[in-house]
Every structure is written in C-alpha cells, then in structure tokens.
Ligand binder design. Structure first.
Ligand code: FAD
Length: 539
C-alpha cells in the first residue's frame, strides 16, 4: 500500500475529483488505481482571503505498488504506507481464573475494559457514578435547578469527564502504533460519524457521545465483561505493597492481582485514599484561569476570512499562547466552537467551569479556557496533594463570588482589564447554566494569574481581532485543566512505581489529557495487564 501526502484540492471539489487527482499526481492510467481511502483531510487556511484548500493524505493500492514507489523514489510525499491496523497482543486462555478490575469508566477505563474484553480477559469495571441515562438527568439538575449530585455529575458516571464535552477527538500525543485509530474506529462501530476517521480535528459532540458510550458498554458485557455502576472504590487490598483486590464503599470486597486505576482528575477522595495507602504519587504542573466567551461569528471571520460560515469548514477554532512579562505562559485550553460554558463541579460548595458543544456546533458563542501554567516548585510546594488543596480553595472562592448557589462569577473583559467590577452585560450573552453573578474576578485568583491574563488578552486581540472586546465574558474559574498529581508508573510494566499489580492510567494518573489520549492510554495499559496475566498464569 502507498501513502500519498500533501494532495491539495479546492474546498468545493466534487467527490470523483479525488480519484482523478490521485491518478494525475501519480501518472497512472485509470485501471491501475485499484483502491484508495482518505487517511487524513485537513485544510490550509494560510491564504484565507484568496483560497482555502483541502489537503489530503491518501492510502492507495495500485496494480504494481513497487513500480510506482520506484518511480517516485525521491518524492517525500509518495512512500510505503505504514501498518495502521490494530493487532491484539494477547488472547486469554480458556482456563484463566483471575479477572482484571478496571476502576473508572471514562474514556481510559472504557478502552482498557473494551480491549481486555476483546482479548478474552472479562474485566470487571467499577464506576462510582451512574449510567449515561441517569447521569444525564443528574447533571441537568445542577444546570437547571442548582442541585448537585456529588456522585453523578459532569465528572463522574458512565463515559467519565468527556461525556458532556465538545467531544474533540484529537491530541498531540505520539502514537507510532496508531492506537488513536483504534479509538476512532471503535467509536465509529458504536455509531459515531464516519468522518472522525479522517478529518484533522474530529469531534462528536455531547449527545452522540452518549449513545456511543452506551453501545460500547453493551459490547464489553457481550464479551463477558461486567460493569457495576454506583460502585465506588474506597480502599485497596494489599499484601507487602502488592495488590490483592479492592474494597467498595458499600463494603463489597473484590479480589484481583491486576487493578487498572482510570480515575480522572477529579477523584480527590480517591487520591487521598491512595496517598494513605503509600502508593507513589508526585505533584505535577497544571493550569488555572477563566473561560472566555465571544460570538462564534467573530472567531469565524478572524480565522476563515471570506470563507467564514462555509459548510465544509464549520465553526472555526483557535489556539493561542502568550508569554507574560512575569514569566508565566497564558494559553487557550479546550476551545469549544459554537458551544456553551458548563458547570463542572463534583463537590458541594465549589464552582468550576468547562466547555461543551453538540455535533452541530451551532450555539451562538465560542468559548475556551484562558489559563496560566502553574507548577509545584513555585506555586504549591507544601506537599504531594498541595495542588489538590489549591484547586479546592480556589473553587470555594469562586462559589462564594458567584453567590453561593452554583452560579459562576463573571466579568466583562473590558472591566477585567481596567480592574473594575462589572455591573452590566454588553452584547455577548453568557451561556453558563445555572447562571452568572457579575463581580470582579481579580478577587478569585492569585495576583500573578490576574496580571498575566490582563497582559495576554490585548495580545490575543492582535491575533484575533475583537478577542479583547469590552463585552466578551470571562467566567470563573477554570481549575480542572489536568491532574495536579501523577500516580507514577514504570515505563515498561505500566505498574505503579511501588505497588505491584496497580496500573495507574489516563488523565487522573497524569498520563493523558483529553478523550483520545485517555483512550490510547487505556489500550496500552490493557495490553500490559493482559501480558502480565499471561505471564503469571505461565501461559
Ligand atoms: P475521566 O473521564 O475523568 O473518568 C474517570 C472515571 O472514574 C469517572 O467516571 C469517575 O466517576 C470514575 N471514578 C473516579 N474515582 C472512582 C472510584 N473511587 N471508584 C470508581 N470510579 C471512580 N477532552 C477532549 O479530548 N475533548 C473535549 O472536547 C473535552 N471536553 C471536555 C469538556 C468537559 C466539560 C470536561 C469536564 C472535560 C472535557 N475534556 C475533553 C477532557 C476529557 O473529558 C478528559 O481528558 C477525559 O475524560 C479523561 O479520561 P479518563 O478516563 O482518564 O478520566
């Protein structure tokens, strides 16, 4: 198979133009091109006011691949296609008696469990929250009625933190074995749109993700796996720092020598339980800041010029970074085109923002986190869990600033830059539910953060005209950008540095940041578990 890259076609090209372009580019006659598919399609918007084009990577077979490759030997865009298929590393023997446990059913736990189930290892999944249907109702109760369920919310429950999200499915992680493609193809098999396999910035949006996750759960069960909801792991069972099982909040005890911990970044009580059990944990950097909202049309115009609103391009996104004079990096995080800002707390008396969208991305506003990087050495040197405590303190301040009923504190960008409390909204309507309370956000975060964001917003306004407009809205606060800790594991065995049989995985353990990378990490850890189980069984 051949990989042909950098093939450009106009945005409005007809379907069969692709085949013609491949034939022309490789000097083939029609019959020679036997088969092809789009591996990736991105767009080049550098010339947004003259012509935006699609840029393709194609995988193809011809009647004589060797001859074509020889002809284009010196062409960097015509090469042998890499193997992108997923190959399972193990297959469980019939007489396997032990069952691996997967704690957490977010994207990481989901892919760990699915991969184990597909290899025949019949995992038991323990998820503290409820199933997608029930969880959706519980989450909306906070958004509509200010009522929080601390075990079933935006962070906890089937699908994990990514369920109520923008469903962006891209990541910067290195993926030489194309595990990301397995994640995508499993999503497609479960009902996600086919295009996520090839568009450069795929997303599925909240509602579609809900159906997809429920379908994948069914497959795990059909393959002999088991999924228990409202099953919170409250302790580890260990002998000589080796895992022998887990204890649940309701007193149930489950034995296994292989426990995947796919907790997410919000399971603070479980982090404390691990620390109490002397599991090796270290603090890590994360970021804090605010959500910003603008009209989506402003972003479309700045990013896509005359192509703003083109149906093939959809709502535009952005990625911004500014290095502030005080040495801090300010950057956009989890940008959600055409979406809404959501209440993302899992704890009483605390407020946290995040963003989500539907597949159509057709809400009026664009939002993203505008966050500042912080690190344990400089900002929370007091101890291993000091980052967690910092998040808790800031979320409590946000709750109070918001009026102590889960409304979020908010301020207009113009007022924030001038250092005065907001009293009245402009044209940009905040989307956060259950509502906002106008205030001075400078009361909510440390001075160095405020200083850095104040400097960054006008700088961002030079890159995207209108980004620092007076009536853009800042909502606060954004604290759960990634895990404040790492549950460090060995690079080869994927087991905790000091606790045998414990496999820290995904975002909570500090090994992923987003749905796709969490899914990829779940697959890797499932493979490590399967191979170790075979080794212990002597198979
Ligand atoms: P999680 O998804 O957090 O899952 C962990 C699970 O473990 C939870 O379901 C939790 O209930 C469970 N759990 C925790 N403790 C226990 C316990 N003691 N016992 C049993 N179960 C437990 N990422 C993107 O890539 N694209 C996006 O568009 C995007 N949008 C987002 C929008 C929002 C509102 C939020 C909150 C996050 C978003 N993210 C997005 C981030 C993404 O959701 C996470 O990176 C991803 O879900 C991490 O996956 P995970 O499986 O490691 O952890």
């Amino acid at each position: 198979m051949i990989r042909l890259s950098e093939l450009s076609l106009s945005l409005d090209h007809p379907e069969d133009a692709l085949r013609e372009a491949i034939i022309k580019r490789l000097n083939l006659v029609d019959e020679e091109l036997q088969d092809f598919f789009v591996f990736k399609r991105s767009y080049d918007a550098r010339k947004k006011n003259t012509e935006i084009t699609f840029v393709y990577i194609i995988h193809l077979t011809t009647s004589n691949d060797a001859a074509v490759l020889a002809r284009f030997e010196d062409d960097v865009h015509v090469k042998v296609a890499p193997d992108i298929e997923y190959h399972p590393v193990a297959s469980a023997p019939e007489n396997l008696t032990e069952r691996p446990i997967v704690v957490g059913f977010g994207p990481c736990g989901l892919f760990a469990a699915l991969t184990l189930a597909q290899m025949g290892f019949k995992p038991i999944v323990l998820e503290r929250g409820r199933n997608v249907r029930q969880r959706t109702k519980d989450t909306w109760a906070l958004w509509r009625n200010h009522k929080l369920d601390t075990e079933s919310n935006v962070q906890y429950g089937e699908g994990g933190a990514g369920l109520f999200s923008d469903g962006k499915l891209y990541s910067q992680v290195k993926d030489p074995k194309f595990y990301g493609r397995k994640v995508m193809s499993e999503f497609v098999r479960a009902g996600a749109p086919e295009e996520i396999m090839y568009v450069s910035k795929p997303h599925i949006g909240t509602f579609r993700l809900t159906g997809v996750v429920a379908k994948m759960r069914e497959e795990i069960i059909e393959l002999g796996g088991e999924i228990r909801f409202e099953a919170k792991v409250s302790d580890l069972l260990m002998e000589d720092q080796k895992i022998t099982g887990v204890a649940l909040q309701d007193g149930t005890v489950l034995e296994s020598k292989h426990v995947v911990l796919a907790l997410g970044h919000s399971a603070r009580d479980t982090f404390r339980m691990l620390h109490k059990n002397d599991v090796f944990i270290e603090p890590k950097p994360f970021a804090i800041g605010f959500r910003i909202e603008h009209p989506q049309s402003l972003i479309d115009k700045a990013r896509l010029g005359k192509y703003a609103g083109h149906p093939e391009l959809g709502a535009a996104d952005y990625k911004l970074i500014h290095h502030a004079k005080n040495g801090r990096a300010v950057y956009s995080f989890c940008m959600c085109p055409g979406g809404t800002v959501v209440a993302a707390t899992s704890e009483e008396g605390r407020v946290v923002t995040n963003g989500m969208s539907q597949y159509s991305r057709n809400e009026r506003n664009a939002n993203s986190g505008i966050v500042v990087g912080i690190n344990p050495e400089q900002d929370y040197p007091e101890g291993i869990l000091a980052g967690v405590e910092l998040q808790e303190r800031l979320e409590e301040v946000a709750y109070k600033l918001g009026g102590s009923d889960y409304k979020a504190p908010a301020q207009l960008v113009g007022d924030f830059i001038k250092g005065q409390a907001s009293t009245k909204l402009g044209d940009v309507e905040p989307s956060y539910k259950p509502g906002i309370q106008l205030c001075d956000l400078a009361d909510g975060l440390p001075d160095f953060i405020i200083e850095a964001v104040r400097e960054a917003l006008p700088a961002f306004g030079k890159k995207i005209r209108g980004f620092d407009r007076e009536d853009a809205i800042l909502t606060g606060i954004e604290t759960r950008t990634s895990s404040p800790i790492r549950i460090t594991r060995d690079n080869q065995s994927y087991q905790s540095l000091n606790t045998q049989g414990l496999y820290p995985a995904g975002e909570g353990a500090g090994y992923a940041g987003g749905i796709l990378s969490a899914g990829i990490d779940g697959i890797k850890v499932a493979e490590a578990v399967a191979l170790d189980m075979l080794k212990q069984q002597g198979a």
